[in-house]
Design a binder for this molecule. Sequence first.
Ligand SMILES: NC(=O)c1ccc[n+]([C@@H]2O[C@H](COP(=O)([O-])OP(=O)(O)OC[C@H]3O[C@@H](n4cnc5c(N)ncnc54)[C@H](O)[C@@H]3O)[C@@H](O)[C@H]2O)c1
Length: 699
Amino acid sequence: MWHRVFCFPYLNCSSSRSVNSEEKLRFASMASYTPKNILITGAAGFIASHVANRLIRTYPDYKIVVLDKLDYCSNLKNLNPSKNSPNFKFVKGDIASADLVNYLLITEGIDTIMHFAAQTHVDNSFGNSFEFTKNNIYGTHVLLEACKVTGQIRRFIHVSTDEVYGETDEDALVGNHEASQLLPTNPYSATKAGAEMLVMAYGRSYGLPVITTRGNNVYGPNQFPEKLIPKFILLAMRGKELPIHGDGSNVRSYLYCEDVAEAFEVILHKGEVGHVYNIGTKKERRVNDVARDVCNLFNIDPEASIKFVENRPFNDQRYFLDDEKLKKLGWSERTTWEEGLKKTMEWYTENPEWWGDVSGALLPHPRMLMMPGGRHFDGSEENAQAAAASLSENQSQNHMVVPSPRSNGVQKPSLKFLIYGKTGWIGGLLGKLCEKQGIAYEYGKGRLEDRASLLQDMASVKPTHVFNSAGVTGRPNVDWCESHKTETIRANVAGTLTLADVCREHGLLMMNFATGCIFEYDEKHTEGSGIGFKEEDTPNFTGSFYSKTKAMVEELLKEFDNVCTLRVRMPISSDLSNPRNFITKISRYNKVVNIPNSMTVLDELLPISIEMAKRDLRGIWNFTNPGVVSHNEILEMYRDYINPEFKWANFNLEEQAKVIVAPRSNNEMDASKLKKEFPELLSIKESLIKYAFEPNKTT
Ligand SMILES: NC(=O)c1ccc[n+]([C@@H]2O[C@H](COP(=O)([O-])OP(=O)(O)OC[C@H]3O[C@@H](n4cnc5c(N)ncnc54)[C@H](O)[C@@H]3O)[C@@H](O)[C@H]2O)c1
């Protein structure tokens, strides 16, 4: 039976009072809860792995079932200390799967849930925050509903964060106590606060025996290196600079993971139903000091190693907690900062390969790189064996249940890109980006239209993804294609289709750089109307032979479900000396037309194409920045940022037609599909300024 009597400290809390002797007596005599079968969610992640390992080690009578979807930040090795224990079971799965959760609660006779699973990285939440809503709010809701339906849960410990309180004033002497108002400031903390509301409501409406925790920052072994401390340690180990967001004056409170695991042990046994507990420390540290302490541990010069980078969209100055209430249950922090940081540093230096290739996570702003669908557990032999072994053993207690992956049963190791179009502009930039992001890549040696040579490339490179930026666009411009039709067909049609087919045979995603120059303004999409062509629209511009072949091949590629078609238009980059750059082109023409168009800023969008590959996105995508910009608007920016003396002349379409062979398309593409997937995508004008004009500014 669930307890129905509730004290809701959200509404009325006495936690900041000092402990009097009467209260002490009450805490000492507080009945202790003894769980039987505990479901811990998210325990292949950081904190919950320490909690699970600790409970399994200390309480052989408790059965611990771990549910984790093995997201990019998780690692089965985090559970190594428990994997052979008879009271441990691992299940790979999503908390958002109601069937799975109901099944587990019933078949495992779960009476206690410790709910840690979440998307946890604030930086990522500034990107695709819908993932945070899905996992943190909807996922929690599914768990709660399963508790309601099965009616057997005696404790639901919900793990929340100090960030739900929002920023604490710099000069505040008293920290947030458990009854303080929740004022989250970023999408991550907003979803955590949202989840808390549901937990509270299920407590109130259905008498679910809930306890909520709100913790300060945690650090220590097993933490995915997107977070500050392991990131600094790994960068210092590699002799790289430590990037600090903003000026580094932000203050954070850090607790060592083992102390936090102990706090959960105390709350599990002594926590009062209906209560909230802060898990905090009064010791605070500026981000600058954390970086300096890491430098000192590695004997490196902080002045030379610390680099200040652009701040997050919002970076709370401080999260300060009142930690008295949990202390009254008998918990206190044991590990000093110096001790904890040293232990953490030693662990990362002893286990440099724990996370495999994490170069993407070590970038100053890694949110574009590490989103779900990216890396999973590291694919080491040990993990693969654990996964395979689990399937045959799933009736016993000490095993891991990992459903076989979709492909061929082998987890893919880190990324390896095969890129076609080495000598092309986009192909060249893609290679440089891979180098910057630490992604292994090779350029294809084969010709696209020569199937045997492509097969050879597949065999020797063994790629995880293929990027096709090869094809003919015509030099110096598309007019060339009008007089070289068979060459154009060979590369753009036969070649592209052959590569798509070879990729399909090998179960590989092909990221195909296509064009948006297959549309022109028409009555339904008039110039200036703001109504752009959508992904599903049929091409209406085949005026040039180049566009004709591109439209044909796009139509045929629809039959290949392994292809992601990226419709690029009038590409622009920060390299103003490149003659293919649209800015460079029009600034060198004698006369230009003046028509608004959708365009692609490569500096912003090529990293997105890599992220799209990681997210396994397929189908057709308008690959342009949202909105349109006219020739004159670009040239005005050119004049304002680059050359104040710059002058140009316009001509109309009829006059233009006299100096070109093939007609050119002008259009607006609807980029809302891309914007929805990447909400931080800049409009064309913002992107032009940020990526092309500001960095080249001479005025
Ligand atoms: N790390 C901190 O400093 C800190 C501080 C306060 C509170 N918290 C909270 O503690 C909890 C754990 O944090 P962490 O740092 O250990 O996180 P983490 O990112 O290391 O691990 C999260 C785990 O949850 C799993 N997961 C995510 N979504 C899932 C889903 N839908 N179904 C199943 N599994 C899923 C992931 O695979 C991963 O193993 C989170 O709820 C977080 O909000 C963390």
